[in-house]
Design a protein around this ligand. Sequence first.
Ligand SMILES: [Zn+2]
Ligand SMILES: [Zn+2]
Length: 174
Amino acid sequence: MPNIRFTSNYTDLSSQRGYQFQFFCNKCGNGYMSTFQANKLGTAAAAANASASLLGGIFGRAAQSAQALQTMAAGPGHDAALDAAVKEISPLFKRCTRCGSWVCGPVSWNDKAGLCENCAPDLDEEIAAAQAGAARDQAVQKAREVDYLGQRNLAQAAPVLCPKCGAKTQGGKF
Ligand SMILES: [Zn+2]
Ligand SMILES: [Zn+2]
């Protein structure tokens, strides 16, 4: 297992055709994809396998050796590709000197403060969230001030149904 400092969460999207990895931010969960690196040996092996299966048993041996080649290619080639992907993606991540955690730069880092957004929430985002919350509170408050009952007498007992016909009274006389 490689030592990836900036995240504990990554996905290996490699196939025999090539290598690609996605690294996830521990804070926001955003995924950052490395550039696809073609696996030339793997592609050759895949082509050999395909022609072998097309032509039946004739090239059975060729397919077997291609398989062996592919297995070899998956080892050190894969590790080198992962190293390259880690080098490519690591500049996107920053380590907060206050809490010590690694977070992604594009989403979870407060550039002005030089800290992660857990330690130094983005002021513009906080203001937008506060505005949305205040607007909601004000809507509730305004709605409370409206008289929805009109002339309805709340002191009087309000039977829900007319005792004669069983219709709903809606607060009216019957
Ligand atoms: Zn993030
Ligand atoms: Zn922090």
